[in-house]
Design a protein around this ligand. Structure first.
Ligand code: 87F
Length: 556
C-alpha cells in the first residue's frame, strides 16, 4: 500500500490510498483530516486531480489556482471512455468488492451482500408461495457421479475444479467442487420420488458454485466462484413443468425490472444457446448500452425427461404405470448486481436503486462556523430516527474527521439514492436540503412533511432509473432485414432484432462470419413478445423464409 497526497473537498493535507490489486491501481479517497467549520463545502465535493499526488500548498493563491482545476473527480476513469476500467474502479471505490489474490475471485463486501440479501428477501418468499422448499446439498461431488451427466458435462469439463489432496497426501478419490448441482441432487430425487404422491418435488438451494473459467474475469459478471440460487423441480406432467418455467421467469423479470430498475427481454434461447442437457431454455436478457453487449440475466430451463432418464427418476402414476418425471431447473446469480452497476453507475460512482440500497437516505450535518454544531447533529439524529421508524433505511454520517464535502463525495460514490443535508439555515427554517443521486436535483423540504416527501422522492428515483435505462436500451434496439444492415448495426453496438430462419447452421455461420477481436455475434433470445412477421419476410443471414424475430448481438 502506497500513501500519496490526496485532496478532499478543498486543499487539505490528507492521504490517498491506492490498492494494488490484480493488475489494477485503483485510487480511493479513504480518509482525510477534517478542517473545522466547513460551510464552503455546501456546494459539493470536488477532488482536484492535480493535487492528488503531491504535497499541497495551502496558501490562498495556490488554493485559488486549485479551485479552478476542480474536476469533481473521485473516479479516475470515465464510463463513456474506459468502460472496463471504470467498472472495476467503481466496484472497488463503491466498496462493493475487493480484489483477492486469486484471479477471478472477489470479496463481496457488506455493501454488496446487503443488495444480495434484498434480492433474496424478494425471491425467497415468492418461491415459498409456490410451495418450493429450501434445502442444502453438499459442495463436493465425486467423479463417478459427475460423469453420469457426461454428454453435456463434456463441454464444461475444463471449468470443473477438483480437490485432489488432503494435506500432503493425494486423495484416493478426488472430489469436484460443484459447478451446478444436477448431479449432486438428482440421485436423491431418484430415491425420494416413488409414486405420484411424491410429486411435485420442488427444491431450491442458496449456495456458491465454482467454475474455473479462463476467459477474462470480471467482478460479478464472470467470476470463478459466485453465489446463486438454483431451483430443481420434478413434476408428473410436462404442463406443470412448462407453467413453472414461466412463473419463475416472471420472478426474474421482476428482480431486474422492479428491484434493480433494469429493463429485460423475456424469451427463448436458440437450440445452440440453450442448456444442452435440457429441452428448452428461457431467459431474461439485459443490455449494456456502453459496450453494446447483451447479458443473460437469469435462466429458467425445462429439462424435459433427459435427466430423469439418466438418473432414473421414475414414479408410479395414478394408473399404476411406471412413468418418468418432467424436470425444470432455474437460477439467478450475483451477476444481477454487476448488471445493476453497469447500467446505472456514472462518473461519480455507483447509483443504487432505492429498493435494493442498503442505505436509502444518508443524512449529513453541515456545521458552519459559529453555528450550534450540537443542535445540527441532534437534528440529523432525530431525522434519521423518524425515517427509520417510518421504515426507510436511513443513516447519519456524524464522523467529525471528514468534511461534509468529502462525505457527499463518499456517499455519492457508494450510490446512496438520497442525501439529506442539515445546516444552520435548515435548522432555523425547520427544513432539510435533499439531493437526488440519480440526477443531482436539489430541493428543500419542510420537516413536517419529511416522511411523505422522502417516500415520494425515493419512488420517483426508482421509477426514473428504470425509465432512463429503458430509454437508453430502446435507443440501442435496431430492427434490421439484411446482412449489411446487420453488420452495420453490430459495429454500431446495437441490440439487433432480426428476422431469422431459426436454423442452427445459420447461427453457427453468423458466429463464424462475425468472429473478431470483440467477439462473435450470437442470438440472445427469441422474444416471447413477437412483432408481426410480414409474409414473405426473409432471414437476414440465409435468405430463407424467416420463422421469427430474434435478438442478436455481442454478449457477455
Ligand atoms: C460448468 C461446469 C460444469 C453450466 C457448467 O442454468 C457444468 C456446468 O452444467 C453446467 N456451467 N452448466 C449449466 C447449468 C445449467 C443449470 N443448472 C441449474 C442452470 C440453472 C441452475
Amino acid at each position: 500500500m502506497r500513501r500519496l497526497g490526496f485532496s478532499c473537498g478543498f486543499p487539505l493535507l490528507s492521504q490517498r490510498i491506492t490498492h494494488q490489486v490484480a493488475r489494477r491501481d485503483l485510487p480511493l479517497p479513504t480518509r482525510c483530516r477534517r478542517r473545522p467549520h466547513l460551510g464552503i463545502f455546501r456546494s459539493g465535493i470536488t477532488l482536484s486531480e492535480g493535487m492528488a499526488t503531491r504535497n499541497i500548498d495551502t496558501s490562498n493563491a495556490a488554493r485559488k489556482k486549485e479551485v479552478k482545476k476542480e474536476t469533481r473527480l473521485g473516479l479516475t476513469y470515465k464510463k463513456d471512455k474506459d468502460f472496463g476500467e471504470w467498472y472495476s474502479e467503481v466496484c472497488v471505490a463503491g466498496e462493493m468488492i475487493e480484489y483477492y489474490d486469486i484471479s477471478g475471485c472477489y470479496i463481496l463486501r457488506p455493501w454488496t451482500m446487503a443488495i444480495w440479501e434484498m434480492l433474496q428477501a424478494f425471491f425467497d418468499p415468492e418461491i415459498k408461495k409456490m410451495n418450493i422448499k429450501n434445502a442444502y446439498f453438499p459442495l463436493f461431488v465425486t467423479e463417478n457421479v459427475l460423469q453420469k451427466e457426461k454428454d453435456h458435462i463434456e463441454g464444461f469439463a475444463p471449468e470443473v475444479a477438483w480437490v485432489t489432496k488432503s494435506g500432503q497426501s493425494e486423495m484416493e478419490i478426488p472430489v469436484a467442487i460443484r459447478p451446478t448441482s444436477e448431479t449432486v441432487m438428482y440421485p436423491y430425487y431418484s430415491k425420494w420420488i416413488r409414486g405420484h404422491r411424491d410429486l411435485p418435488l420442488k427444491l431450491n438451494q442458496w449456495c456458491n458454485v465454482v467454475r474455473w473459467e479462463f476467459s477474462h474475469p470480471t467482478p460479478f459478471i464472470r467470476s470463478r466462484e459466485f453465489l446463486w440460487q438454483e431451483g430443481h423441480t420434478a413434476f408428473a406432467t410436462k404442463d406443470e413443468a412448462d407453467q413453472e418455467v414461466l412463473e419463475i421467469l416472471e420472478l426474474y423479470r421482476r428482480i431486474y425490472e422492479e428491484l434493480l430498475a433494469i429493463p429485460v427481454i423475456k424469451g427463448k434461447k436458440s437450440e445452440l444457446e440453450k442448456f444442452a442437457g435440457g429441452l428448452y431454455t428461457t431467459s431474461v436478457e439485459a443490455f449494456v448500452p456502453n459496450t453494446g453487449r447483451g447479458i443473460q440475466g437469469a435462466t429458467s430451463h425445462c429439462l424435459g425427461q433427459n435427466f430423469a432418464k439418466m438418473f432414473q427418476i421414475n414414479f408410479e402414476n395414478e394408473k399404476g404405470e411406471k412413468a418418468m418425471v418432467w424436470q425444470n431447473s432455474w437460477a439467478y446469480s450475483t451477476r444481477t448486481i454487476g448488471v445493476m452497476v453497469m447500467v446505472h453507475g456514472d462518473d461519480k460512482g455507483l447509483v443504487l436503486p432505492p429498493k435494493v440500497a442498503a442505505v436509502q437516505v444518508i443524512v449529513i450535518p453541515v456545521p458552519y462556523k459559529d453555528a450550534d454544531t450540537q443542535a445540527i447533529f441532534d437534528a440529523c439524529t432525530s431525522t434519521v430516527d423518524t425515517l427509520c421508524k417510518a421504515g426507510f433505511r436511513a443513516e447519519v454520517d456524524l464522523r467529525d474527521n471528514y468534511s461534509p464535502g468529502w462525505k457527499y463525495s463518499h456517499w455519492e460514490m457508494k450510490g446512496v439514492p438520497l442525501r439529506l443535508e442539515i445546516g444552520p439555515k435548515d435548522l432555523a427554517n425547520n427544513q432539510v436540503r435533499v439531493v437526488r443521486r440519480d440526477n443531482g436535483a436539489k430541493m428543500d423540504i419542510p420537516m413536517h412533511s419529511l416522511v411523505e416527501k422522502v417516500k415520494e422522492i425515493l419512488s420517483y428515483i426508482q421509477e426514473s432509473l428504470f425509465n432512463a435505462a429503458k430509454q437508453k436500451r430502446d435507443a440501442c434496439i435496431k430492427v434490421i432485414n439484411t446482412w449489411d444492415e446487420f453488420i452495420a448495426a453490430l459495429n454500431d453496438k446495437k441490440l439487433i432484432l432480426a428476422p431469422w430462419c431459426d436454423e442452427e447452421d445459420v447461427e453457427k455461420d453468423v458466429k463464424a462470419r462475425t468472429k473478431g477481436e470483440h467477439g462473435a455475434a450470437k442470438t440472445l433470445c427469441t422474444p416471447f413478445d413477437q412483432p408481426r412477421l410480414p409474409e414473405g419476410t426473409l432471414c437476414f443471414a440465409s435468405g430463407k423464409p424467416a420463422k421469427k424475430w430474434t435478438y442478436w448481438g455481442r454478449s457477455y
